[in-house]
Design a protein around this ligand. Sequence first.
Ligand SMILES: Nc1ncnc2c1ncn2[C@@H]1O[C@H](COP(=O)(O)OP(=O)(O)OP(=O)(O)O)[C@@H](O)[C@H]1O
Length: 262
Amino acid sequence: MTDDQPHVHNDHRDQLFVRIERVTRTYGGVAVLSDVSIDVVPGVTAVIGPNGSGKSTLLRTIVGETAPTEGAIRYRGSDAARPIGYLPQRASFRESFTARETLAFYGRLLGEDPDASLERVGLSDAADRSVDALSGGMRRLLGIAQATIGDPPVLVLDEPTSGLDPGMRERVFELAGEYADADTAVVVSTHDLELVDRYADRVVVLRHGSVAASGTLPELYAAHDADTAADLYRSIVHGATSETEPSTDPTESIHVTGVSNR
Ligand SMILES: Nc1ncnc2c1ncn2[C@@H]1O[C@H](COP(=O)(O)OP(=O)(O)OP(=O)(O)O)[C@@H](O)[C@H]1O
């Protein structure tokens, strides 16, 4: 365990927003996700795993963009105007729009002031710049602002920090943490393991399309004798360690961790 205890954004493990139940997804008969079960609850859940392990496919399945070949996705009834916000790995915008126009376009549908959305992600100064003149990091922040319009209870961010400088990466995870503090269930795929240590409440490790481990960070550190998410990754993805839940009681793990790899 590290000296710095991971920050717990909330402890509402019983608040289930989305249940992914034994989901398998195949392409051309090849399973990209195999028998994946996860409960999406408030807090920051980091999805980690090697390139091609199925992270984006899992996230697309959660938001309903990819249909499972087998299994089910169950959404808890929500009265939110927008139940899920999503930042795809490659967000596309109308390049001729300014940042403000981009958010006004979506904000109008959900009654949200584009300037408030820009301020939230620290892009107020870029409001009048056209999207094609924004840096990669600013585009990413614009994508996050777009994903969070309407304050959805579930926010799914696919590698939001890739290609960003360290300050921007930190800012993105800070934002994820702020949403988690407000009881949003934030699911974020990432290769930034140091930020996982600092900001994630729960972790799902994917390997070859299967959940190799899942649970809260302290549970996973303890179960894998790890001090950091990088240790965890090495041990689970590269090592010959167990693929079982950290808890010995499978029933307990479902209720206690809010994330299960049944
Ligand atoms: N639409 C598709 N058609 C065919 N194969 C696909 C499709 N989408 C994903 N795959 C395959 O599924 C596997 C998992 O891809 P996915 O993008 O989910 O992985 P990932 O963990 O997000 O990878 P990365 O870290 O590189 O982004 C890959 O082998 C990919 O080629």
